[in-house]
Design a protein around this ligand. Structure first.
Ligand SMILES: [Zn+2]
Length: 440
């Protein structure tokens, strides 16, 4: 009875809220709708309740609140197809930081940067499956909408998985635990199953093919798609042959070959370049142009800016065995993105933001746009990858990812037009969610 009563009040509250809300009419705005076509200049947008109710020229609506948007551009809220959230506090990243309050803190930050939704790629813990994830996706909690790949599968001591306290490991392809663990994960209704297939520069044992073959098979039995961390071209080939659905990072050791492009196209493989992940591994040693920008600094936890700019941190990067490898990896990844995009393969924006304090949440997604453009894509192509394609990837494209009549009004208002300069995605005036301006 109590539960029923609470539900009634809850629904009534939302009903009243939307019913009292006047329509909103944005006038004279430039629209980048996420579909990739030429932006619509001097257009009007009508918002009713939480959705777009009309888009065109000279729109009118009774009782509407009119906002003059001359010189402003709007675009759909960004969606990251590969992030990790809830694990960072200050300069530390670990499983103990993963609390409800910390998740909300980070999701709000993403939202301030115009990231309307993200997929947390395999580092989630039970607390989000008790309503948190579904409430977040429905927009009932503050911040970016949080989709989840639940807990991923790696190898014992696997660097990323172990850092987040994710320790589901298997001994071989005949280990009965595979079937059991995938079944447990399936009950949580994750958006994807995440696996890590990498030797991390030779520091860790790579997941053998017989194990990931069975994980993929079991996941598919439950109707779940599998996204793999990947580094090597050879593994990309083997993973696709084993039925993987998503390459969740760039191929970084070699340029992709025609055989891989053919396979990816035929099997509708999704490719998430995470170029930002590569650059964050070495760029702090090279005094990047944005290091003192407030737009960057505001994305960091307390103490992180001081850490990243300290001589000790910079020396550690320069002397790390991965320094040259990471730089080279980014160069190859940039070439591969261009090849893969031009082959007509579905590319989705992802960053690996939030995995470490150096991978600045929110800022990373704008840097990824810039890097995609540096790879030779147009700003509008990079935006579509980061909105429409990402929404399709998360199966939420009926509601999000484009500015179209009937879609939910999650969008960003910019004071510059990114079609001309992709850096203009950083000139955020205000972020809208569910048809309302977000106030922090
Ligand atoms: Zn990741």
């Amino acid at each position: 009875m109590k539960v029923l009563f609470a539900t009634t009040v809850f629904c009534f509250f939302f009903f009243v809220n939307y019913a009292q809300q006047k329509p909103i009419l944005l006038k004279h705005v430039t629209i980048i709708d996420g579909n990739g076509g030429k932006p619509l200049a001097d257009a009007d947008v009508l918002i009713k309740g939480d959705s777009f109710a009309g888009i065109g020229k000279n729109l009118e609506a009774d009782n509407a609140v009119i906002k003059d948007m001359t010189s402003k551009t709007i675009m759909p809220a960004l969606i990251s197809g590969h992030s990790h959230t809830g694990n960072i506090t200050g300069t530390q990243s670990n499983a103990a930081n993963y609390t409800r309050d910390n998740l909300l803190h980070h999701l709000k930050r993403y939202e301030q940067y115009g990231v309307g939704a993200l997929l947390c790629m395999g580092t989630d813990r039970p607390l989000i499956f008790n309503g948190f994830r579904d409430s977040s996706v429905a927009g009932l909690l503050p911040g970016a909408r949080m989709y989840s790949a639940g807990f991923g599968f790696g190898m014992p001591g696997n660097p990323p998985a172990a850092a987040f306290g994710i320790n589901h490991t298997f001994t071989s392809g005949t280990d009965p635990e595979i079937e059991k663990q995938v079944a447990v994960l399936a009950k949580l209704k994750p958006s994807f199953v995440k696996i890590w297939v990498d030797d991390f520069g030779g520091s860790n044992k790579k997941m053998p093919e017989d194990i990931y073959r069975i994980i993929i098979k079991e996941a598919h039995k439950h109707g779940l798609r599998v996204a793999s961390h990947v580094y090597y071209l050879e593994d990309a080939h083997k993973l696709i042959d084993a039925g993987v659905d998503v390459l969740a990072h760039s191929v970084r050791d070699k340029e992709v070959d025609d055989a891989l492009l053919k396979k990816m196209k035929e099997k509708n493989i999704v490719y998430i370049p995470t170029l930002t992940r590569e650059i964050f591994e070495f760029i702090y040693a090279e005094n990047p142009a944005w290091i003192n920008d407030d737009f960057f600094k505001a994305a960091l936890e307390p103490g992180v800016y001081e850490m990243l700019t300290s001589p000790e941190y910079i020396n550690n990067i320069k002397n790390s065995p991965g320094y040259v490898r990471n730089k080279k990896g980014l160069e190859i990844a940039i070439k591969n993105l261009k090849k893969i995009y031009e082959a007509g393969i579905m590319v989705v924006m992802g960053t690996d933001s939030g995995a470490t304090p150096a991978r600045a949440e929110g800022f990373a997604e704008h840097l990824e746009l810039e890097l995609m453009v540096s790879a030779g894509l147009t700003p509008l192509q990079a935006i579509t990858i980061s909105t429409k394609n990402a929404a399709k990837f998360l199966s939420c494209n009926k509601d999000y990812g484009t500015i179209e009549t009937g879609r939910k009004a999650d969008f960003i208002v910019l004071s510059g037009n990114p079609e001309k300069n992709i850096l203009n995605t950083r000139n955020i005036e205000v972020v809208w969610k569910n048809g309302e301006e977000v106030k922090h």
